[in-house]
Design a protein around this ligand. Sequence first.
Ligand SMILES: *[C@@H]1O[C@H](CO)[C@@H](O)[C@H](O)[C@H]1NC(C)=O
Ligand SMILES: *[C@@H]1O[C@H](CO)[C@@H](O)[C@H](O)[C@H]1NC(C)=O
Ligand SMILES: *[C@@H]1O[C@H](CO)[C@@H](O)[C@H](O)[C@H]1NC(C)=O
Ligand SMILES: [Zn+2]
Length: 977
Amino acid sequence: MGKGFYVSKLVLAVGIIFAVAAVSTIIALAVVYSQEKGKNNDVAKPPETTTSSSGTSTATTTTTATATATATTAQSNDPWNKYRLPKTLSPVHYDVELQPFLVKNADGLYVFRGKSTAFFICNDATDLIIIHSNKLNHTKFNSFDAKLQDGATDVALKSTFFQKDKQFLVVQAAANLVPGKQYGLYTEFVGELADDLAGFYRSEYLEDGVTKIIATTQMQAPDARKAFPCFDEPAMKATFNITLKYRQPYKAMSNMREIDRSTVTEDGQQWTVSKFDKTPKMSSYLVAFIVSEFEAVGDPGNATVTGVQIWGRKKAIQDENQGEYALSVTKPILDFFAEYYRTPYPLPKSDQVALPDFSAGAMENWGLVTYRETALLFDDQVSSIGNKERVVTVIAHELAHQWFGNLVTIRWWNDLWLNEGFASYVEYLGADKAEPNWNIKDLIVLNDVHRVMAVDALASSHPLTSREDEVNSPSEISALFDSIAYSKGASVIRMLSEFLTEPLFVDGLASYLKGFEYSNTVYSDLWTHLQWAVNNQTAVKLPLPIKDIMDTWVLQMGFPVVKIDTATGVVTQKHFLLDPDSVVTRPSPFDYKWKVPISYKISSKEDNIWLQNESETVEDFKITGNDWLLVNLNVTGYYRVNYDDNNWSRLLNQLQTSHQAIPVINRAQIIDDAFNLARAKQITTIQALDTTKYISADREYMPWQAALSGLSYFTQMFDRTEVFGPMKKYMKMQVNPLFEYFKQETGNWTNRPVSLTDQYCEINTLSTACSYDIEDCLKFASELFSQWMATPQQNNIHPNLRTNVYCTAVAQGGEQEWNFVWDRFQLTDIAQEQDKLRAALACSKEPWILNRFLEYSLDPTMIRRQDAVSTISSVVNNPIGQSLAWDFVRAKWKTLYSMFGESSFSFGNLIERVTRRFSTEFELQQLLQFKADNQNPGFGTASQALEQAIEKTKANINWVNQNKAAVKKWFEDAVVP
Ligand SMILES: *[C@@H]1O[C@H](CO)[C@@H](O)[C@H](O)[C@H]1NC(C)=O
Ligand SMILES: *[C@@H]1O[C@H](CO)[C@@H](O)[C@H](O)[C@H]1NC(C)=O
Ligand SMILES: *[C@@H]1O[C@H](CO)[C@@H](O)[C@H](O)[C@H]1NC(C)=O
Ligand SMILES: [Zn+2]
């Protein structure tokens, strides 16, 4: 799946909330799911139990606690009571015909009808066919829910029943099936075309005032079974013949090309029937089909040319040309991956489809990739550079999966991290190919490495790998889609590629893809093929086999901090924990020691060594004189670095005198490491703050971004206290030179800088300058905004600057400005623009306006329901909105709970956001009171977030007590001229 949570930091806090919410929805759906299943006690009775458990014939389910002990034991061994399919049968091919009705039926439901034959081979003699089927009503054949055939001959059945809890249709034949023989299981069924974003589902959008309907799919992870009965596990690969039946004026798409189209009349209505070509052998979670009125740009292709098209709403594609950017990058990226993997693109066409309503960021369905609109569509007039980066990286991510994931697939979901981590790494390589002037590969350090380290440094983290038998239920599978899988996966695979060197990595990778095409793997298969590549050459030498190195990174959670004492040359490693008082209860097979590839620089010398033990002495690391040692060049290693005080001073001295001597990524690293080491009490808070002193001279995005993110905790803790006065002065002093620099570079903010990171830096500069009240910035923003208000049809504000200009203008202005933004928010139908406007509405400094906005957030006619939680969260970001939002959440808890409590994972984010600034005893008491007052209804999916909020508030209280005075003095001293 696409990186739901991956969003450029440039979309700022708002973007992050949305992005987290995106992934959360997937998880939330699974949660809803399991809860619904929990309520279903009417699991059909297995055939044997009618005779075997006489006394408990009404002990209906196998999973409820009410079942008697004996019944539970007896039944739990039945194959239909396990989540995993037995290995007795293997699917070969499916013939599936689906007919979505895009108008409501007499019961007020949208439904689809289906007919399907699942062909399978019998491996071992068995009378049971266990196949996934979820929420489908099956038609009866002679009182059975399916028909079994051996060629054209019907096979006698004994019974059929549903095991709803495990989502199985179970068919029992009258006699054993014969090993080696192929059978076909024919079913007819009706399913609801619900707007639940799972399986075959319905989505709606408005076009010129008319509601349009789409029928589309999202099968990953276990929802293909909600579209048609199938052996719904990734290793159960088969070929698929898909047929779609739909009415005009709709169009149909699937993984493969359409090979036949005809018309039939049913109940006096004309239906179009499209048959799609047979797919290669593939996993059920990658099947996709869409019935819509979408339009496309691009080339549909033919027998010799791979088709590449971008699909979306007619207005977006035809009138506003929003597919052009995606079209211009898709083919180059596809070609790049074919070359990189040394394997041609396996399918005849690649369609990219933008869906108005989509839970994940994107989904890599083979040949028919689906995206959120914001991840595929781009409009020069309204989209920012951050939006553009997101489009190109998400496309690259999904196209990377077309080979790694789709052609070669993990055997089971426990190895999801390999699939997602790999795609999250090579997406930067693909994007770099499409936008070669962006230096986009550097950004993995901010977007993935540093970001995930914040999570992985907690005692509650988890290793990349899980055992296959630990992952069974749909909710256990959904839980795997987290930042550890995506971003830590990407970080360690990048580290591996770097220490192997890219040519060697690519050799091993190509061999792996060739070896397992149309088949399945476990993660260590990749290590085997990379090892083969290493053994085949002599230039690169490793101290240990790849497996022994990588095991230390994937089998244990967390990462080390490497500390170098430049007086003695001693280098040591230790598990890095953000909270030094946290207790690690999870055991590790390596006792939290890693095999660490260490790259370093001393004056002009660069070299590499391996740290294999807890502590070693390295001659090179003994330093005399004024030289400094810099470790982990370009942060290719997944670890943090600490030094003795003298080396810290020498590095800081270098930064102050001539920072360019330290590579730009490492300037960001020094700052990010320092702030995190300070949180972990391994250096002082003052030492961390000291790393920002030179920043007024830096003109680069990455170090600035690291500094702003390090200082954001100080803002949260102090922006409502007396520390904020001196802090504000310091921030103004630091950002002012950068502000003047960009003002001049951009001709008074009229031209955008050329490079991606310079554009980001300009955006950061303006938002920092305006939020710390640099007069010139406020004036600039208000003037631009007034021009727009004077001519609402003519928005001349460059898309990159809009987030900041809108927010600043609303903050400076009153009701009139706010209402203007609100009107524009209602009028625009471009999602990216809506997000910017909605975020700005939370920037007002008028409490009554903010309170009104909070009220709107729960009114679906004002703010879409999916945006409610992120709207409240955006008010929290505003220091004036903080206490209003907290009051609002407390007052409306019961309403909020009934709207989101059981279904929305982003609900936990709300608690996290609204309590983020909590740092006083008084706030802690309020939080505890809130918990006590709401035991009923409780906190639902936010329960864990509430406990964490209590813990964090306590930690914040301690931190503020320990640091407040020193920090205040530091800011005061720093601004003395
Ligand atoms: C499936 O059957 C159940 C029970 O009869 C019914 O409530 C539901 O609406 C049916 N679903 C569809 C899509 O027809
Ligand atoms: C599947 O479709 C292919 C054409 O794409 C056709 O040749 C084949 O007969 C079909 N298979 C079945 C089992 O219907
Ligand atoms: C396929 O399409 C390409 C360009 O779109 C065209 O040049 C070529 O002649 C076509 N080939 C066939 C066999 O139609
Ligand atoms: Zn993915």
